[in-house]
Design a protein around this ligand. Structure first.
Ligand SMILES: Cc1cc2nc3c(=O)[nH]c(=O)nc-3n(C[C@H](O)[C@H](O)[C@H](O)COP(=O)(O)OP(=O)(O)OC[C@H]3O[C@@H](n4cnc5c(N)ncnc54)[C@H](O)[C@@H]3O)c2cc1C
Length: 97
């Protein structure tokens, strides 16, 4: 067998931090990477804070300040605006209930 053996990295805990570390590792990898994202919850990326199903739980930080990327401050807002299945920020919250 030829080629470069992949680096093997395990990220334990796939809340926001672990998931973002994993995305950064994938985006910046310069050689084959075998990434293990280990999470005990059913969905990755949510963690404790973003697993809530209560619609009254709102972000306590402006979306403009919650980008996952240091050099793309509008990333979260752009992602949100591209999602057709989510309420827009202008929609009254009472319409969600
Ligand atoms: C109720 C609440 C609301 C919040 N609201 C906001 C907000 O509006 N804005 C904001 O900026 N911040 C908010 N925060 C802070 C928020 O928690 C952090 O911004 C961020 O989500 C923390 O992510 P984390 O990945 O570090 O931790 P966590 O989200 O706690 O993720 C850790 C993950 O590791 C997993 N895990 C732990 N141990 C193991 C194991 N042994 N094996 C496998 N998996 C494991 C857990 O299941 C979890 O999914 C809030 C926090 C809480 C508790």
């Amino acid at each position: 067998m030829t080629g470069i053996s992949p680096d093997i990295i395990a990220v334990i805990g796939a809340g926001a931090s672990g998931t973002l570390v994993a995305t950064q590792l994938m985006q910046h990898a310069r050689r084959p990477l075998h990434l293990l994202l280990i999470e005990r919850r059913p969905l990755i990326g949510r963690g404790v804070a973003y697993s809530t199903t209560n619609v009254y739980h709102l972000l306590n930080t402006p979306a403009e300040k919650m980008s996952a990327y240091q050099d793309r401050s509008d990333h979260l807002v752009e992602w949100f605006q591209q999602r057709q299945d989510l309420p827009t920020e202008w929609e009254p919250i009472t319409s969600w209930l």
